[in-house]
Design a protein around this ligand. Structure first.
Ligand code: ROI
Length: 161
């Protein structure tokens, strides 16, 4: 059993609803228990000309292998995304494995810790709600150092999920 953190993001017309349904799907994964969900946070897209994103982080305990979990996350993304494709345009539910226990994973399909973690306040701050204060990543970096180097700028924490 390993503790896994999943970064979630959506910029559909109703992103919060998209995240809520992703959370429900995470709770139904085999060999997996959903153990926590952060608040939802809104922020501007890192790419200009896109609607604002809603982001959150979920904590899972699972015995799934990393690539099996990755496949399951893609199935959730595609299931929801395809449903909306005709109405809303491109798939806009993103589910990323941010941390997977204390594993360092460097495979073509999957790099953990997530490559952009340190520059993404919309992942770091929700992660900090769920993770132990003294969390150290598999590569030795501490979450508190990453937070200190990534200001809470442009993030809006929503009052309820
Ligand atoms: N910007 C924000 N704020 N949140 C995201 O999840 C996000 N995801 C992306 C890009 C387009 C890089 N920008 C984002 O894929």
């Amino acid at each position: 059993m390993e503790r896994i953190y999943i970064g979630m993001g959506s910029n559909l017309a109703d992103p919060a609803e998209q995240l809520r349904s992703a959370i429900e799907a995470l709770g139904q994964l085999p060999l997996t228990e959903l153990v926590g969900v952060s608040a939802f946070y809104q922020s501007d897209s890192l790419l200009p000309g896109q609607p604002r994103y809603t982001n959150a982080v979920a904590a899972l305990d699972s015995t799934l292998a990393p690539l099996d979990l990755l496949d399951a996350l893609h199935a959730i993304e595609n299931g929801r995304g395809r449903e909306r494709l005709e109405r809303w345009g491109p798939r806009t539910l993103d589910l990323d494995i941010v941390l997977f226990g204390d594993r360092l994973i460097d495979e073509p399909r999957l790099k953990v810790p997530h490559y952009h973690l340190q520059e993404r306040a919309f992942v770091l701050y929700p992660l900090a709600e769920l993770a132990p204060a003294d969390l150290r990543l598999a590569d030795g970096r501490s979450l508190s150092d990453l937070l200190a180097a990534c200001p809470f700028v442009g993030l809006e924490r929503l009052p309820s999920n």
